[in-house]
Ligand binder design. Structure first.
Ligand code: SGN
Ligand code: CA
Length: 511
């Protein structure tokens, strides 16, 4: 080959190389911080007054806070499956926590990986099947443990990691980021265990909220009038929350929390016991009963839960600092969300599962300086089925037509844009823990229509403008007849569009 031709080819190749390198550089990195059961009401940016989340509040100031982000099925495994696939539970097969996710199906990280991203999932996974579509993963088995957790690494080996789960998950995330190939963009999901039941704070955070007397939610002593499913649930602070298991009182006959304490190192256990022993001593002296006992449980629950979120927020701070120090903040989309919301005493409850606001609604903060104006607050509706197409569009990858969610990118570019005017919901786990009946429904900006089906068949309707706490089921009231008919039509349309055959069948049954 002539010298000129060789030079021409060499120049051409280096130009192609430069082009793909610069293309890779311009594609954003994606960091998804996915917490477990983090209630909107406990986050400063959403109005909590107790200062538990300075780093999340900073993220919201630098990015966008979404007030109307919802999950399609308020439970852990299913929520993760929806995030991965961009498809509803009845399509991705993960209807409830007892299912096994088929990880070989089409998930967004596979597309990112194919298009040159480095992909990782670190922390809580809870989908039984091992992850696919990731260059790296290291996961907690099942729910995982707060103290000295085991983790399953690629290849299937289980290793005990000494320390506190939230710290360990961050350390592993940062070490993966350090080792990554810097010529490629990356996507990492940080799967937090916290602040899931049994709300075990890090020893450094024990007692940090003991000076606060948390006000009871207005509907703490709800009598569930006119709401059959609410009457049937088993998730109340009064009856379901256990003194021994949840609130760490060792004198309780069911002191099963002690199995978690046995796993602690002597040093961890010493700090733990010295804190809880004092609480227990006081409890045994006071011996509260009746309402005083319920309210004592509520305070303990709030204090432990809030303390658990301190480590969560501190660790989110470490991730944000890492991005800053490595000049990655500008070109990285940071998404903070939870797998669902949580009851902090509203209706007298803890847990989630219901389509009522506190559990269907999930926190969502997105920072992406290239597109999002700092301090944006959005009331536009978003569903967690929308994450996968958003990440694909952000990465410049085609969205497969089977994906059911809608990309949020228009919303990130223009906070007034809208991608949906309703959110669909379907919960499948009955009979199951906490006894929440199967139900599906539609939430619009103003109304929520819920159909409970299978074991018991009935409707509920709420006017969220007049009744934001969902205390008055107005289904069947004369003046809401035409609104109900319209909502039913919209719901039926969604069931058909989303190919939800179980819901379609339920709708065809006359009540
Ligand atoms: C555990 C909890 C439940 C919780 C589910 C699902 N019980 O079973 O209270 O609803 O997880 O949570 S516990 O006795 O094990 O704490 S999820 O977030 O994983 O869906
Ligand atoms: Ca969860």
């Amino acid at each position: 080959m002539k010298y000129g031709a060789r030079l021409f080819i060499a120049l051409g190749l280096s130009l192609i190389g430069f082009q793909s390198f610069s293309q890779q550089k311009s594609r954003p990195n994606i960091v998804v911080i996915l917490t477990d059961d983090h209630a909107v009401s406990t986050i400063g940016a959403y109005g909590s007054k107790y200062g538990a989340t300075p780093n999340l509040d900073r993220l919201a100031k630098e990015g966008a806070l979404f007030n109307r982000a919802f999950v399609v099925n308020s439970i852990c495994g299913p929520s993760r499956a929806v995030l991965l696939t961009g498809k509803y539970s009845h399509i991705n097969g993960m209807r409830d926590n007892r299912d096994r996710f088929d990880a070989s199906q089409d998930v967004f990280p596979k597309h990112l990986k194919q298009s040159g991203f480095q992909t990782a999932w670190i922390g809580k996974w809870h989908l039984v099947d091992y992850p696919q579509g990731f260059d790296y993963w290291n996961i907690l088995p099942g729910q995982g443990l707060y103290y000295n957790p085991n983790m399953i690494s690629m290849g299937g080996d289980t290793t005990r990691h000494d320390g506190y789960a939230t710290d360990i998950i961050t350390e592993q995330t940062l070490s993966w980021l350090d080792k990554r190939d810097q010529t490629k963009p990356f996507m990492v999901v940080v799967g937090e265990k916290a602040p899931h039941r049994t709300w075990m704070p890090d020893t450094t955070d024990l007692g940090k909220f003991d000076h606060i007397n948390f006000p009871l939610p207005k509907n703490f002593y709800d009598n569930y009038e006119n709401r059959i499913a609410a009457q049937m649930q088993d998730m109340s602070i009064e009856k379901t929350m256990k003194l021994g298991y949840d609130l760490k009182m060792t004198s309780d006959p069911d002191a099963s929390a002690s199995s978690f304490v046995k796993r602690m190192s002597p040093e961890q256990r010493k700090k733990w016991n010295s804190y809880y022993n004092k609480i227990e001593k006081d409890f045994l002296e006071k011996k509260p009963t009746g309402k005083a006992l319920i309210e004592w449980k509520f305070q303990r629950y709030m204090r432990d839960y809030y303390s658990t979120t301190l480590s969560l927020d501190r660790n989110i701070g470490k991730i944000l600092d890492y991005l800053d120090k490595n000049n990655l903040s500008e070109n990285t989309i940071v998404v903070y969300t939870s797998d669902q919301g949580f009851y902090m005493g509203e209706h007298g409850w803890f847990d989630k599962r219901f389509m009522y606001e506190e559990s269907m609604r999930t926190p969502l903060i997105i920072r992406y300086p290239k597109l999002i104006k700092p301090g944006t607050v959005s009331n536009q509706m978003i569903s967690n089925v929308d994450f996968a197409p958003t990440f694909l569009e952000a990465a410049g990858v085609a969205i497969p037509k089977e994906i059911q969610g809608k990309s949020m990118m228009p919303l990130l570019k223009d906070s007034k844009a809208s991608i949906r005017n309703s959110a669909y919901y379907h919960f499948f786990e009955y009979p199951g823990e906490h006894s929440v009946l199967k139900h599906f429904g539609i939430r619009t900006n103003r109304y929520k229509l819920i159909r409970f089906y299978d074991h018991k068949n009935f409707w509920e309707l709420y006017d969220l403008e007049k009744d934001p706490n969902e205390m008055k089921n107005i289904y069947g009231q004369k003046k809401y007849e035409s609104i109900t008919a319209d909502l039913k039509k919209q719901l039926e349309q969604l069931c058909i569009e989303n190919k939800d055959t179980e819901a379609i069948k339920a709708l065809s049954q006359k009540l």
